[in-house]
Design a protein around this ligand. Sequence first.
Ligand code: ATP
Ligand code: MG
Length: 561
Amino acid sequence: MSTQSAPSGGNNFLRNLIREQIDSGEHQGEVVTRFPPEPNGYLHIGHAKSICLNFGLAEHFGGRCRLRFDDTNPEKENQEYIDSIQSDVTWLGFEWDGPVRYASDYFDDLYALAQQLIETGLAYVDEQSSEQARENRGDWNTPGTDSPFRDRPPAESLDLLARMKAGEFDEGSCSLRAKIDMRAGNMNLRDPVMYRIRKAAHHQTGDKWCIYPSYDFAHGQSDALEGVTHSICTLEFEDHRPLYEWFVANLTLPASPRQYEFGRLNLNYTVTSKRKLKLLVDEGHVDGWDDPRMPTLAGIRRRGYTPAAIRNFCDTIGVSRSDGVIDAGLLENAVRDDLNEHAPRAMCVLDPLKLVITNYPEDGVEWLAAPGHPNSDAFESRQLPFTRELWIEAEDFREEANKKYKRLVLGKRVRLRNAYVIEAEDVVRDEAGEIVAVHCRYDPDTLGDNPADGIKPKGVIHWVSATHGRTATVRLYDRLFADENPGRGDVGEMLAGLNPASLDVRENCPIEPGLASARPEDRFQFERIGYFVADRYDHGPNHPVFNRTVALRDTWGKSGD
Ligand code: ATP
Ligand code: MG
């Protein structure tokens, strides 16, 4: 665990470094970055950090940031992922420079560069079996052994590479390798593979290729071909940097990009591995990649998070050269802060108890004006129907209570939010003795005023008209994992850490009538409960559906009062 450095909204080490480079005239002052996702899953919150960093640096220095799919693994990639990634980056509020790019756009160039390396004696076609190659690679304590094919003439390798490309050989029977050093301390330099045979169709290039470049060979060269100056990646690629530099130094390329690393985002109670997230989807532990409990951008969007909250969160955690674990509560606080300021208020009752105002006319109805937001006039005010029968939250009433309970108690007063002061008189029970209604009297002179006798109500509770309100399905989402570190071990451990109470669906929750006309993705603070969003897909005027984004306060691990 480590502490993170200053927010990227201010300074971070990469910003400082680029500033120094610009001052000393490096890269002619140009800053070109890229966000390079592999389209093998949906983006998650960790990717947001990389997106904010890459786009943020380009923005800060008046440069450009590209979106480039790192699509060298056709079997695991597909169009759905490509589409979702573009949509997520756009939703976060970033605009990439020029067209969407693909490493596969450069397959012809990469092939020519591979030939160039063979011609200069720096690459060879290896015909060792994969087992042989693995054995001869050695390990951290044992130097590797040269392949018997290492010194074959370039012409022979060129011919074999062409035949690999033409489909003459089986998968695994040979590969193209860079000739570097089988005894290098850094395993990445032990004649790394540049091309493998894979008889798989590709989503961009179709059946054109049956050999595909490795990540290491494709990435830096794609950077160079498209003029990227700063190739920013996470720390696990630090050991790949010498290889990145080796290719740049030994190939004739239009530019010399450089790689820089930063610490990836890890969040407690959260899994940030596409492979594991895919498993949750494939095995049905969640309802798709955009299930509101998923840490995917599509999921947290559907949960009600805003792009601003995510960007602020990324600013707050900062960027450093060490890996740390960030508290999930920080992300939750970021959305609370944003929605507290920007979400209009509304009322909804999750666990309804009938309240009958005995001194209110049977068919009376008053439309009471309520502010859209307590601290801002920028929000439209609402009209709330006030009637004889209302719903209140069951937990907001007790027959008896001590002084700490500032809600409705028999014989005591409370204010109905945006409405009158009432005093509870009596309860109605069903045959089983359960309270099914509370009878009370209201004081008609208390709209915006305290009772004339000077006895002020102790608290305020929310309510919805039982006759003029509407109802909604409300999905109370909680953290997907109860385990603080669900990503540490194998898949079994991850599944054991799932929070069994991560979803609580409430049907027929009374809502103030205006909420039914919310549009999908409109966000609200349900007063006294939390922040909610009208579901992006399932919500409609005839069947309102709201998802809980986050409770009003951080109650994780604490029992309610
Ligand atoms: P995963 O481990 O989830 O599969 P990945 O690194 O394989 O992630 P890519 O699609 O290759 O996913 O990632 C695109 C970019 O996002 C890379 O530059 C990668 O370093 C960065 N990235 C991925 N995960 C994180 C994270 N948790 N924090 C910061 N950056 C990340
Ligand atoms: Mg990757």
